[in-house]
Design a protein around this ligand. Structure first.
Ligand code: NDP
Length: 282
């Protein structure tokens, strides 16, 4: 069994991106810029934003965290997003979620234009992915596909089972694997005979949000298992997969932490650099 090392793979991806940007900068091009909008000071968001900012520094992306008051109105926030959307020097816009309850998250997110939607959260980005065109794949599925390919894991023709169908992980994950020519089954809370389905998976992706949900009897011998879950429990941080029980049955498995998490941040960097490169071509 091989551990899919997200930390190492993320480091490699960030180094590649850094080399790319250095070449552009040496050629006299302007800086690649990412704007991060954060409303209020949700403690979990503070940690995520700090990690993203550190990654930007490693890659050579000029990031700016724009802190907005917790009580900002919907219209003022929308105005701010639109001004960044219209600013030609900005290549990527990220709205750190969740927003405070009085704000309409979807309405704000949808204002990010597809060419700057480095989180891949808008309807347009998901639509482009669905029809197999160049948009931005959201960062968790993007990071996972990058990692699987980096380890030389064959995808075409394999049966991939994705547990979870959220807009930011499960659905784009299923679409991304379909675009990689996997045969995909998308499972969710209404799925009948879940165990029978997961046992047929060559590649099993767990994005459920329930600690240790995937048990050994749900996994086929030799499967590739990717654990997206981040669950805070009394025993510490746990994934969606019962790692200790499942690991021996797998050919490859991601740990939690140190698997999908670092890849998500690295893929945000990848999307931002792609947005920058596309802007240079225009
Ligand atoms: P959501 O809560 O939005 O979605 C969970 C999905 O799991 C839903 O589609 C739900 O089905 C499905 N589900 C729930 N219970 C069952 C069940 N008993 N059987 C089958 N399916 C079930 O979560 P997210 O997609 O946002 O996140 C999933 C996990 O991944 C969380 O732990 C989150 O913290 C983590 N995460 C990790 C990231 C990383 O970088 N590592 C990034 C983003 C998320 P239904 O649609 O029917 O309700």
């Amino acid at each position: 069994m091989v551990i899919l090392d997200g930390k190492e793979t993320a480091k490699k991806l960030k180094e590649e991106l850094n080399k790319k940007l250095s070449c552009y900068y040496e050629g006299g091009n302007k800086k690649c810029k990412l704007k991060i909008l954060m409303v209020g000071n949700n403690p979990a968001s503070e940690v995520y934003v700090r990690n993203k900012s550190k990654a930007c520094e490693a890659v050579g992306i000029e990031d700016e965290l724009i802190r907005l008051d917790e009580n900002i109105s919907q219209s003022k926030l929308e105005e701010k997003v639109l001004s960044l959307a219209n600013d030609e020097s900005v290549h990527g816009i990220l709205i750190q979620l969740p927003l405070p309850k009085h704000l309409d998250e979807d309405a704000v997110t949808e204002l990010v234009p597809p060419e700057k939607d480095v989180d891949g959260f808008t309807t347009k980005s998901l639509g482009l992915l669905a029809v197999g065109k160049d948009g931005f794949l959201s960062c968790t599925p993007g990071g996972i596909v990058y990692m699987l390919k980096n380890y030389g894991i064959p995808l075409a023709g394999k049966h991939a089972v994705v547990i979870g169908r959220s807009k930011i992980v499960g659905k784009p994950m299923a679409l991304a694997l379909l675009n990689e020519n996997c045969t995909v089954t998308a499972c969710h809370s209404k799925t009948e005979n879940l165990k029978e389905i997961t046992r047929t998976a060559d590649i099993l992706i767990a994005a459920v949000g329930r600690p240790l949900f995937v048990t050994a009897d749900m996994v086929k011998d030799g499967a590739v298992v990717v654990d997206v879950g981040i669950n805070r429990t009394d025993d510490g941080l746990k994934g969606d997969v019962d790692f200790d029980a499942v690991a021996d049955k797998c050919s490859y498995i991601t740990p939690v932490p140190g698997g999908v998490g670092p890849m998500t941040v690295a893929y945000l960097m990848n999307n931002t650099v792609t947005a920058y490169e596309r802007s240079l071509k225009n």
